[in-house]
Design a protein around this ligand. Structure first.
Ligand SMILES: CC(C)(COP(=O)(O)OP(=O)(O)OC[C@H]1O[C@@H](n2cnc3c(N)ncnc32)[C@H](O)[C@@H]1OP(=O)(O)O)[C@@H](O)C(=O)NCCC(=O)NCCS
Length: 157
């Protein structure tokens, strides 16, 4: 598996993964903007045999890395792909100066929350009725010290 910067060549595959993964998917134009117009965005993909199997976008906001989206193609889940992708992206964010990380996740999304806990993320708050499709709450999770990320380095993949 290779972790690489997302490019416009990856757009169709990224949108396909997004649409297969989220009830409120982003448009192709949104991903295009993240790659070409959003200077805060760090866009990553994972490839297996030259096929894009996962994607991740982090927004660098001052010294905080905000995980904007992450998904693995349904046929490639539970193989450690998201763990490795998130780890590499967080290490890169730390190298760029990020000191902490945060994200919002659906209250009912146990798979993602379990993954974030492996990295040391902790639930610190709720955003009530954050998701407009079903009024589901968002759990706000933070990783206070990105230096702790190295703790799972040997664990992923
Ligand atoms: C969450 C998601 C990105 C995980 O991707 P993945 O490549 O399957 O994840 P990994 O194989 O690297 O697993 C990482 C850890 O997540 C947790 N996890 C993943 N899927 C899980 C599941 N179905 N049930 C419970 N825990 C799960 C586990 O802790 C797992 O570690 P383990 O395999 O050592 O137990 C994937 O399920 C996905 O794309 N979901 C839809 C999109 C989404 O919800 N994104 C998160 C938005 S906040």
């Amino acid at each position: 598996m290779q972790v690489r910067r997302m490019s416009l060549d990856h757009l169709a595959a990224v949108v396909e993964i997004d649409h297969a993964s989220f009830k409120l998917p982003w448009s192709e134009r949104a991903y295009q903007y993240e790659m070409t117009g959003n200077s805060a965005a760090r866009c990553w993909v994972s490839e297996v045999d030259a096929q894009v199997v996962a994607m991740l976008i982090i927004w660098m906001i001052l010294d905080e890395a905000h995980i904007a989206t992450i998904a693995t193609h349904p046929e490639f889940r539970r193989r450690g792909i998201a763990k490795r992708l998130l780890m590499d992206a967080l290490i890169s964010a730390r190298e760029e100066g990020a000191r902490s990380a945060m994200l919002e996740v659906r209250a009912g999304n146990e798979a993602a929350q379990e993954m974030y806990k492996l990295f040391g993320f902790k639930a610190v708050g709720l955003r009530k009725k954050y998701y407009k499709d079903n009024n589901e709450d968002a759990v706000l999770m933070t990783l206070e010290n990105l230096d702790d990320v190295h703790l799972i380095h040997g664990d992923a993949m």
